[in-house]
Every structure is written in structure tokens, then in C-alpha cells.
Design a protein around this ligand. Structure first.
Ligand SMILES: N[C@@H](CCC(=O)N[C@@H](CS)C(=O)NCC(=O)O)C(=O)O
Length: 238
């Protein structure tokens, strides 16, 4: 039976990290909330406290009777099952560690436009967003990107983050670089050349045939100003 992915239908958001893994591994799945009436099914499930492992928030995955939430947790599951994770224990933990670090990064990216509350509109927190984004672009983004660059520059690096082949954290780093480039074209145009291996990883992932096919398909929701990566010109440092 096809896996069921539950995520907000009109944004990439955190669901996109899961979609990329499902697509790269060629795993059949139904993007439930993007089906007619699917959003109602997802909302009902989220209110259903009787589930064995009720999710706090989307994305969550229904796979062979299992209900799995938290992006990094879902990816750990998919990675091990579908050839997108290193095989040994140390490698699996390392992949999860990388993914959790990216989850921290994603939270900080989200907070550039919503530094006060997710329940307020961006327009209600613009001064704080400007302040937060400046610090993010000047200090935090370089710190995260520099960390990933250092991983690639270790002796014997394969050019992939975890082991000799592409694994799920590579897909997620690809998504983060794509999203940051959408959100902050000026700032990233200046920043990214300092991280050549991260840039190269982005290119490598983009060229994987299954990923390339997905990116140009209607299944790929476009970036927009509702998701995590939002382009507000006034936040993009020149
Ligand atoms: N740590 C969770 C965060 C999940 C999350 O924040 N989901 C967002 C959409 S990207 C959401 O719907 N949040 C609702 C809320 O926090 O109230 C993960 O990585 O999956």
C-alpha cells in the first residue's frame, strides 16, 4: 500500500523534506491533503486524540500501520527503509544528527519573518523581522553554512554529507540552499561563494534524475510567501 503523507497542501514547508526523500527513493505515496477533501481528513486526524502516536503538527506519515511525525523522525524511518541512509549504527546516528541540526537551521529561517509569533501576520512583526533577519544573515546563516562546508572539507570526503553516497540529509541541505536562495537572493548571492562544497552539493542533488524529474513536475509546490522560505525584498540585505 502507498504511504500517506499528511502536510499542508499549498506550501513546501517542512513537508518538502519528506516529499524529496519519497521522490528520490521512488516510493509510491499519496500527498493526502492535496487530494480533494484531503485537508479535512488531515485536520480530523490531528484532532483525533485516540491515535497511538498523535502528531503535534504536520508533516506526519502513515506507513504500514505506523504513524510517524517530526520531520527528522520520518526521514530516519524512510532513510533506513529505502536506501537513503548509511547502513551502520554510527552512520545512522550521524545522519539523524545532521538532520536535527538542519531542523534548528529551519526554525531560525522561519523566525526571520515570524520572530514574535506564528499566530501574528508578518506585517504585524516587521520591525522585529528586520532586526532578526539582519542577525540571521550576518551571523547565523554563515555559522550553519560554515558547519556544513567544514564537513565536506574533511579528509576523504565523498562530496556527500554522510558516507559514500547520497543520503537524506543531502536532500535536506539541497532544499535549504534552494529555499534560502529564493528568500534572500541578494544575501545568498554574496554568501554562497564562500561555501563552494555546499554549492556543489546543491548542484549534485538537483541533477539526480529522480529529483530533477520531481522538481519540474506539478507535484513540486512552488515557493511562496506562506511557507518557511519567504521572499520579502525588504528583508534581503543588499
Ligand atoms: N519539529 C516539527 C515541527 C512541525 C511544525 O512546526 N509544523 C508546522 C508546519 S511546517 C505546523 O503546522 N505547525 C503548527 C504549530 O506549530 O502550531 C518537525 O520538524 O516536523
Amino acid at each position: 500500500m502507498a504511504y500517506e503523507l499528511y502536510y499542508w497542501p499549498s506550501i513546501q514547508g517542512r513537508g518538502e523534506f519528506v516529499r524529496l526523500a519519497l521522490e528520490a527513493a521512488d516510493v509510491p505515496y499519496i500527498d493526502v491533503a492535496r487530494q480533494p477533501k484531503g485537508i479535512n481528513i488531515m485536520l480530523r486526524l490531528m484532532e483525533d486524540g485516540s491515535m497511538l502516536a498523535p502528531p503535534f503538527a504536520p508533516p506526519f506519515l502513515h506507513a504500514d500501520g505506523l504513524w510517524i511525525a517530526q520531520t527528522a523522525n520520518i526521514l530516519m524511518f524512510l532513510g533506513a527503509r529505502h536506501g537513503l541512509a548509511p547502513s551502520g549504527e554510527a552512520g545512522k546516528l550521524w545522519a539523524n544528527q545532521l538532520q536535527l541540526t538542519m531542523a534548528d537551521f529551519v526554525t531560525e529561517i522561519h523566525d526571520t519573518h515570524h520572530p514574535i509569533s506564528s499566530n501574528l501576520y508578518y506585517e504585524e512583526q516587521m520591525p522585529e523581522a528586520k532586526r532578526r533577519t539582519k542577525v540571521f544573515l550576518e551571523e547565523r546563516a554563515p555559522k550553519f553554512l560554515g558547519y556544513f562546508e567544514r564537513i565536506f572539507s574533511r579528509k576523504g570526503s565523498s562530496g556527500w554529507l554522510a558516507g559514500a553516497a547520497m543520503t537524506y540529509p543531502d536532500l535536506s541541505l539541497f532544499q535549504i540552499v534552494s529555499g534560502l536562495t529564493y528568500a534572500f537572493p541578494n544575501a545568498m548571492g554574496r554568501l554562497l561563494p564562500a561555501y563552494p562544497s555546499v554549492k556543489q552539493l546543491h548542484r549534485q542533488v538537483e541533477e539526480i534524475p529522480r529529483v530533477a524529474a520531481y522538481l519540474s513536475s506539478p507535484r513540486r509546490v512552488p515557493f511562496c510567501e506562506e511557507g518557511i522560505f519567504r521572499h520579502y525584498p525588504e528583508l534581503d540585505l543588499t
